[in-house]
Design a protein around this ligand. Structure first.
Ligand SMILES: *Cc1c(COP(=O)(O)O)cnc(C)c1O
Length: 398
């Protein structure tokens, strides 16, 4: 790169950044001191945290910390290899078998993150003769994973079953060999459940398979926390998910499904073949998380009870919510700048939340996405409601 080419390039990037700022879309990080938890310390100040994916409060659970510490003491820090060379520890196979059993699938394969699991899953399974039919609000990682495959792509409007059927018919009419419907189990920006029973029925009627990304459900939705298929009472063909949310909140993703699917991903999944194995400490803590999750009906009940109380409280104050029952409770504000000011006003009142705006939600649909946690007490929620009342009045939202 010559000096002038370099200067032009960096100047261009600076203009892009200035545009992001000018549109009010700038995101800032707020560094937490100490552990992630229901209350966190930010810049020396204790704040109630309403924006973590810490649904049943395992992120700082002493049992996970102990499991990770013990595994690190015994197995060391890193694997220094991808899985198929010398990066597979017995713990990896234990967690894969355990996840498969927990999810009611034949086998499972771990990835560094669900972003990688979704990046891996489509390309080896589907060729140019095949088709993927995808919900329009699917997570970015599903969209990217689908793009990496050669399959023909069909998109249906979010949760719109008439449109899903039309796209399935179109895929069949255009001669697709295998058809796979891909959906989030829960749409993370709205907290809406995908209509899995209807999706399963339409997929069956058109000879299609169903893949569900259950990141915002595994561990706390459905029987024993088995996720949205369990809640809907249906079987799906392939599940993807994360250890980075309810299952401890560290990192790691997986694909669970028929053994041949998992076998082929071990042979051909690029993020599996070309990226490092998860560290043993994380894998051991994942096993400890499943031990807790399988017996956590009390935590799941409290989580959904908190969600009901929180939704009713916010609606009582006059806020407009995205309706539903999921512990993701979005407070709809519309304007990105307003969402940022609301987050700041709540921060001043001791409540840590983040404004969500383009590109993570469509323009004009900015919001504060709050999330419940089983360990929030009534006192915590009352404190948060008082903060929302004060901030909402100050900014003229209510
Ligand atoms: C969080 C999330 C992911 C990414 O999971 P990571 O393990 O953090 O990479 C993928 N899909 C959905 C629906 C998610 O909510």
């Amino acid at each position: 790169m010559t000096d002038s080419a370099g200067a032009a390039f960096l100047g261009h990037l600076g203009e892009v950044l200035a545009g992001i700022r000018a549109e009010g879309l700038w995101k800032t990080e707020h560094a937490i001191e100490g552990p992630q938890g229901t209350w966190v310390t930010l810049a020396g100040r204790r704040m109630l945290n309403l924006c973590a994916n810490n649904y049943i409060g395992l992120a700082d659970d002493p049992r996970l910390v102990a499991a990770a510490g013990a595994a690190m003491a015994e197995a060391g820090y890193g694997m220094a290899s991808v899985r198929f060379i010398c990066g597979t520890h017995v713990l990896h196979r234990q967690l894969e078998a355990r996840l498969a059993g927990f999810l009611g699938m034949e086998d499972a394969i771990l990835f560094a993150a669900c972003f990688d699991a979704n990046g891996a899953v489509f390309e080896p399974l589907l060729g140019a003769e095949d088709a993927v039919v995808s919900d329009s609000l699917n997570h970015a990682s599903l969209i990217d994973g689908i793009r990496l495959s050669k399959a023909r792509r069909y998109r249906y409007a979010n949760g719109d079953m008439a449109d899903l059927e039309a796209q399935l018919r179109a895929a069949r009419a255009e001669g697709a060999r295998h058809v796979l419907v891909a959906t989030d189990g829960v749409f993370s920006m709205d907290g809406h459940f995908a209509p899995l029973a209807d999706i399963r029925r339409l997929a069956d009627a058109h000879g299609a398979l169903v893949l569900v990304d259950d990141c915002h459900a595994t561990g706390f939705v459905g029987e024993r926390g088995a996720g949205t298929p369990s809640r809907a009472g249906v079987r799906v063909d392939i599940l993807t998910g994360t250890l980075g949310k309810a299952l401890g909140g560290a990192l790691g993703g997986y694909v669970a499904g028929p053994r041949v699917v998992v076998d082929l991903l071990r042979q051909r999944g690029r993020p599996y073949l070309f990226s490092n194995a998860l560290p043993p400490a994380v894998v051991a803590a994942g096993l400890a998380a499943l031990d807790i999750v399988e017996g956590a009906d009390d935590l799941r009940a409290r989580l959904f009870e908190n969600a009901r109380h929180w939704r009713a409280g916010l609606e009582g104050l006059g806020f407009r919510l995205s309706p539903g029952e999921h512990p993701i409770v979005p407070v709809m504000l519309g304007d990105a700048g307003l969402a940022q000011r609301m987050a700041a006003a709540l921060g001043e009142r001791g409540v840590h939340v983040a404004g969500f705006f383009f590109p993570v939600v469509p323009k004009g649909q900015a919001r504060i996405r709050t999330q419940m946690n089983a360990r929030l007490t009534r006192g915590d929620l009352d404190f948060a409601l008082a903060a929302f009342a004060g901030a909402g009045k100050e900014l003229g939202v209510i």
